[in-house]
Write a protein that binds this ligand. Structure first.
Ligand SMILES: C[S@@+](CC[C@H](N)C(=O)[O-])C[C@H]1O[C@@H](n2cnc3c(N)ncnc32)[C@H](O)[C@@H]1O
Length: 278
């Protein structure tokens, strides 16, 4: 349920650039006419259905504050499961198998955040693994600009590269990653009516809708991903409630990929399908 008072207060604080403590001190203080008009405009946008994160220009993800605007999907809590899978793989597989210090000192491993949007996935992992190199790729140039701004604001820009193009179109033939994580658009047009109006009307449709047959889409993506993964590397994707099955079937058709047990969210929906490059 929407807490209108809390949201209005957040918008107020955001528009005046006040920290929570400054807001408390401000109390019922006076606001200049120009600022008041700006606040009212945003409140009206919110009342008209604009998601709160677009009103404030910020979204929390993995404990960090990301800049967002209507060019990028607002990062969702369930996507943290994909980040966790990546983090677990980095800790359990790579860092244990090799010498952790050497791996970190060499500036390895490298992660591809495919369809990066705001960069939430790749940047969160870069913040967690201090020498991880991250390639952030998206077909949307405006989204890449937001990802770059987030990488700069969160202090990981020097370890990030940005690539523009359709899925792997930008990749050199021999380019390899240890880890490829992807939260692709996976809402099928059939499911469009189930989407909340605020999502359908305000979030970028290129980030939401899958216009291909899901199994073929995931098959194409997985086949291409393994050709850019080192041996033992992880490929993991986020899926929706009706795309887990086609994604699983697609992974199983890629013979060089060993699929693992899917990861479910708290409501029991399978959210992450993953496999290891044989
Ligand atoms: C569901 S959003 C995920 C955004 C972000 N990774 C996240 O988890 O919040 C899907 C992303 O895939 C990108 N995308 C859509 N079609 C693409 C394509 N053909 N090639 C590369 N990226 C694409 C969109 O621009 C969008 O940023």
């Amino acid at each position: 349920m929407v807490d209108a008072k809390a949201e209005a207060d957040l918008i107020f604080r955001h528009k005046l650039g006040l920290s929570p403590a400054e807001r408390l001190q401000f109390g019922r203080g006076e606001v200049a006419d120009g600022a008041a008009a700006g606040i009212e405009e945003v409140l009206e946008q919110r009342a008209g259905g604009l998601p709160l994160a677009y009103c404030t220009g910020r979204a929390e993800f993995c404990g960090h504050s990301f800049v967002v605007n209507p060019d990028v999907l607002i990062p969702r809590p369930e996507t943290e499961l994909l980040v966790e899978r990546g983090a677990q793989w980095l800790e359990d597989q790579l860092l244990r198998r090799f010498n952790r210090d050497k791996v970190l000192a060499d500036g390895q491993p490298s992660l591809l955040d495919l369809g990066c949007g705001s960069g939430a996935i790749g940047i969160s992992l870069a913040l967690r693994f201090p020498t991880l190199r991250v390639v952030l790729a998206d077909v949307s140039e405006p989204a890449l600009a937001v990802a770059e701004e987030n990488a700069r604001r969160l202090g990981v820009l020097e370890r990030c590269q940005f690539r523009s193009g359709d899925w792997f179109a930008w990749a050199r033939r021999r380019e390899r990653f240890e880890l490829i994580l992807c939260n692709p658009p996976y809402v099928t047009r059939r499911d469009d009516p189930r989407l909340a109006a605020s999502v359908r009307e305000h979030e970028p449709s290129i980030a939401l809708f899958l216009d291909e047959e899901p199994e073929e889409f995931f098959f194409r993506l997985a086949r291409k991903a393994v050709s850019h993964l080192g041996s033992g590397g992880l490929f993991a994707v986020e899926v929706g409630y009706d795309t887990a099955w086609p994604a699983r079937c697609a992974f199983d058709r890629v013979h060089s990929l060993q699929r693992g047990k899917g990861i479910h969210d708290f409501s029991g929906i399978e959210r992450v399908i993953w496999g290891i490059r044989k």
